[in-house]
Design a protein around this ligand. Structure first.
Ligand code: SAM
Length: 204
């Protein structure tokens, strides 16, 4: 990123049909190696606390949170009702297409932690969504965006299909900067020999 806004064509997808169709059937699969999931769960062990109200955006049947986490409010938002209903870590959930409705239906200053795991590449209006995440986080609350290298290529925005990993990370850091997050950090928690795990965090 050079200071000028990213080109509009970075945010287009090969498949611009309704996301509802693509996500109509549940996928009870994981999208990264088990070792990478363990690394993410380990990170969450520090990032999340029982006392936090948490929101998992672009969620599915798994959130990869530590099994021992006992938070009282864990909200999930994703595209497939069946997947979300099977996620044992969520206390409430809803289906919402963030590419059609990027405004979050939650009150300002509700959560202390937000997570988005291996999904940021599917957002076509990421700046609006990140501003919304910042709004629903309490001041001092934190977001963690976990990235890897697998994707549904027809549904990912062109930037994530075409740019090298370091530029994809820079783009996500730019999303958080533009949305007004501070203390934006990148950490590479990739386990040797398995799918990478690139984490970007920021403070609301
Ligand atoms: C690769 S899966 C990752 C799911 C889960 N976060 C995980 O770590 O396994 C991508 C997720 O992004 C969500 N997603 C994709 N497009 C979306 C959209 N337009 N609005 C909201 N969620 C979306 C899907 O529901 C799906 O659960």
């Amino acid at each position: 990123m050079t200071g000028s806004p990213p080109p509009a064509n970075w945010f287009v997808r090969e498949d611009e049909t309704d996301d509802e169709n693509f996500y109509a059937s549940p996928r009870f699969v994981t999208h990264i190696d088990q070792a990478t999931i363990y690394a993410l769960t380990d990170y969450y062990r520090e990032f999340l606390a029982d006392s936090d109200a948490i929101i998992d955006l672009m969620s599915s049947w798994v959130s990869h949170y530590p099994a021992e986490l006992a938070a009282e409010l864990v909200t999930g938002l994703g595209m497939n009702e069946d997947e979300l209903a099977h996620n044992p870590q969520l206390t409430d959930w809803r289906v919402q297409n963030l590419n059609r409705e990027p405004v979050l239906p939650y009150a300002t200053n509700t959560y202390q932690r937000a997570t988005i795991a291996v999904s940021i590449q599917y957002l076509t209006q990421p700046l609006t969504v990140m501003s919304e995440v910042r709004r629903v986080l309490q001041p001092g609350g934190k977001i963690c965006i976990a990235m890897s290298h697998r994707l549904f290529p027809t549904k990912a925005i062109s930037a994530f299909v075409k740019l090298p990993p370091e530029d994809r990370v820079r783009l996500v850091m730019f999303y958080l900067t533009e949305a007004g997050f501070s203390d934006i950090e990148f950490t590479d928690q990739s386990p040797d020999g398995f799918d990478p795990l690139w984490l970007v965090s920021g403070v609301a």
